[in-house]
Design a protein around this ligand. Sequence first.
Ligand SMILES: [Zn+2]
Length: 78
Amino acid sequence: MAMAAIRRFADWVLKVETSGSMPFYEMECMSCDASSVVSEEPGGPQNWALKHAGQTGHGLFRAMHTCFFRAVPKAVKQ
Ligand SMILES: [Zn+2]
């Protein structure tokens, strides 16, 4: 007699995970290889981009914002 597998599926939600690392920001020039330092605040990389634009005339940048998420089972309301 074959045993039937019983599988239970729960709803999952994503929560921002900050225990290992806070979110971080970086700006990268699209005209050359220059990039800002990585920072936990967006202001530093944005200021770097403005300074870089003023020094080089390069005006297109890519902003990178990295944060981590953890998937956890959704709490059941009773
Ligand atoms: Zn540049």
